[in-house]
Design a protein around this ligand. Sequence first.
Ligand SMILES: NC(=O)c1ccc[n+]([C@@H]2O[C@H](COP(=O)([O-])OP(=O)(O)OC[C@H]3O[C@@H](n4cnc5c(N)ncnc54)[C@H](OP(=O)(O)O)[C@@H]3O)[C@@H](O)[C@H]2O)c1
Length: 324
Amino acid sequence: MRAAVLHAFGQVPQWEEFPQPVPRDGEELIEVTAAPLNNIDRVRADGSHYSVRSGEYASGGLPAVPGVVGAGRLPGGQRVLFGSRCGTMAQYSVASEQATFPIPGGLDDAVAAAAWNPGLSAWLAFGWRCPLQPGQTVLILGATGVTGKLAVQAARHFGAGRVVAAGRNQQVLEMLSGLGADAVIQLGQPAGAVAAAFNAEGGEHGYDLVVDYLWGRPTEILLGAIDRGDAHLGSERVRLLQAGEMAGSSISLPGSVLRSAGLEVLGLGTGTMPPPDVIRRMLAELLDLLASGKLHIDIERVQLSAVGEMWTRDQQGRRPVFIP
Ligand SMILES: NC(=O)c1ccc[n+]([C@@H]2O[C@H](COP(=O)([O-])OP(=O)(O)OC[C@H]3O[C@@H](n4cnc5c(N)ncnc54)[C@H](OP(=O)(O)O)[C@@H]3O)[C@@H](O)[C@H]2O)c1
């Protein structure tokens, strides 16, 4: 079969011949119809994601086929989303029954495949990891990305009272009110202006939940802004959900902000997933909303043979989806 093949960490995958995977007991062969290029695929391929210490890259070694999720056809013709130990950026893959999810009628394979990783992350953020109380104030750091845009919509879906969206790309920022943001913050401004905007847009009450796809400097500016530095009666809670690291892999965390601002830090990622029934329920809800047009994601269909050109391109808020 033809596939995107990664030969060494840090290299760009190449479109070439690769042995077709053979299903093990309990697995089915899947004819792949769509395989999105998510950021997790990039950081796994450069060797920096924690998940490469286990899984197929560690056990099977390289060369290997990238791609953690995809859409395809089972031998009986059913359309499914699937996750695979063998990678998804290929003409064929394999998946166990537990790792396949039906695609609702009327929903395009490429759209469903594109939405799984970023959409489920957004759904799990508000619906499971940091359950949102109706009316709460939410800040999304990195709201201009594919995942951030879905998080804006998820915050609305789960009943946020106020949604503040922060990012750099002005064109995308301007679209976010149409997805449910009440206010946007331009992160390209000088740090002082960004800090002032964080305080102004959070209002007197401040943020109940920050979903953070950036980390690094923008997060440090936020923490400086919410550090009250004064005695404060009445307990307040700011949950900071660490979900991505586009602006840096670490931050400097002043102890005072934990004490003065009621900051609580949690993480969400492949190492902090809920039980399978929660994933199935959330994914089904997400796919139904997509199928009924109530949830929006921008995608760009690309032939898988162009994997090398697409691999390092800035996505500008759109998710590339490879068609084998
Ligand atoms: N934990 C999870 O479950 C989960 C799931 C999905 C994604 N993620 C992670 O979330 C992050 C974003 O994913 P995505 O799908 O939204 O990616 P994306 O569509 O490629 O968007 C990238 C985002 O990062 C911003 N960005 C990049 N470099 C930046 C910098 N130096 N300073 C400030 N902003 C910067 C971009 O801002 P502009 O476009 O405005 O410049 C854009 O908002 C990634 O780290 C990804 O791995 C985590």
